[in-house]
Design a protein around this ligand. Structure first.
Ligand code: GAL
Length: 376
């Protein structure tokens, strides 16, 4: 009798274990939160998001950044394809922008000056004569708050920030909210929401670098790029727009059909010389669902970019020099990563002819960008 009881107990226990193993990841396992350090007196977390396909991305509230995107190649071999650092210290001391949210004004504002309603505002200069990416104390360098979400259906993380009036010279207290969702189709959906209590300007983006061979595995010159843009924004020698919106047709900037990054990057074309390669905003046609794609033929990895924003900054890592040592001890060398930073055009506050970047009190800025990963 005792033996039968024991056997039934073992059977029940085994059934429980098997059922538990077959269960989809529970909500608390979809997002794992670890404390990795403190910075500016605030806790810094690493958040590991696992989707139903078993693929992992990692985020941190330091700069609200993406620090790891691990997706399979066409043979199912997984690799991390975005720039980041292995340790808290190397992240704090490392390149300020890898994977971070950039604000208040992503890209450059000429001479760090703009005028709103007759008042001139002066920003911190940090890029030659210009202000870049919200200044040295921009949102990439802030420790954001991490909201604890109850029972999200898919892996989701929300970061929030209160950016005070006159931070780096920008008017208005701004409430910023960035939601990252990692879907079962390997899409990172980024939702931005911002509101201000004073008229101000805003251009928010994510500054992830991608190398679809795997971050640190060679350059991106063989990546095949499509950008659905008939025009781009030419710049001067300090990378400030001249005001022209130039048709891409017949130029090395025509990515309306696939071209590798390397095919024309060395051509003797004024904008490639001024940009030291591609470092330009493309004016999106916004006619199709997908605005840009990057395909890497060796691994078969494909990245699709979708946004509701008017532009995308295509940057081919022309300033990378191998000094930053990233994940797995690999240096990030010249042109070993590319960025597709969705948003508005550089220096729009000084170009009334560009789509406006003004945000008024009472308005809510909402925007979405999606990076989708698959194989071909
Ligand atoms: C990009 C910009 C580049 C460079 C980089 C940061 O957004 O287009 O010119 O400043 O950020 O190193």
């Amino acid at each position: 009798m005792k033996k039968i009881l024991l056997l039934s107990l073992i059977t029940v226990a085994m059934a429980v274990v098997i059922t538990a193993c077959n269960q989809p990841a529970k909500s608390k396992e979809m997002v794992k939160k670890e404390l990795i350090g403190t910075f500016k007196g605030k806790d810094v977390f690493l958040l590991t998001l696992t989707n139903k396909a078993g693929n992992v991305i990692k985020l941190t509230n330091f700069g609200a950044r993406i620090t790891w995107i691990e997706v399979p190649d066409r043979n199912g071999k997984k690799d991390n394809i975005t720039f980041g650092f292995d340790t808290f210290d190397s992240m704090i001391k490392g390149d300020p922008y890898y994977g971070s949210v950039v604000g208040r004004y992503a890209n450059r504002i000429a001479k760090g000056k703009f005028t709103l309603d007759g008042v001139e505002y002066t920003l911190t200069l940090n890029n030659g004569p210009n202000s870049l990416h919200g200044g040295p104390g921009g949102w990439h360098s802030a420790v954001w708050n991490t909201e604890d979400l109850k029972n999200p259906k898919i892996p989701t993380v929300v970061f929030t920030l209160k950016s005070p009036d006159m931070e780096e010279g920008y008017p208005g207290n701004m409430d910023v909210r960035v939601r990252y969702t990692w879907t079962d189709k390997n899409e990172i959906i980024i939702d931005y929401t911002c509101a201000t209590d004073k008229k101000t300007v805003l251009n928010i983006t994510n500054h992830a670098y991608f190398n679809l061979h795997g971050a640190g595995n060679g350059d991106i010159l063989d990546h095949q790029v499509v950008i659905k843009a008939s025009r781009f924004v030419p710049v001067d020698s300090t990378l400030i727009p001249t005001g022209e919106l130039r048709p891409v047709a017949g130029t090395p900037f025509d990515f309306t059909v696939p071209h590798t990054v390397g095919e024309r990057i060395g051509e003797n074309y004024d904008q490639l010389i001024l940009g030291k390669g591609y470092d330009h905003t493309f004016v999106l046609d916004n006619k199709e669902e997908v605005d840009a794609t990057v395909y890497e033929p060796v691994s078969g990895r494909l990245m699709e970019v979708m946004t509701d924003q008017p532009g995308v900054q295509f940057y081919t890592g022309n300033f990378l020099n191998g000094k930053m040592i990233g994940h797995g001890g690999k240096p990030y060398n010249y042109r070993s990563g590319l960025c597709l930073e969705t948003g508005h055009f550089p220096d729009s506050p000084n170009h009334p002819e560009f789509p406006t970047t003004v945000l008024n009190p009472g308005e809510t800025f909402k925007s979405q960008t999606i990076y989708r990963f698959s194989v071909r």
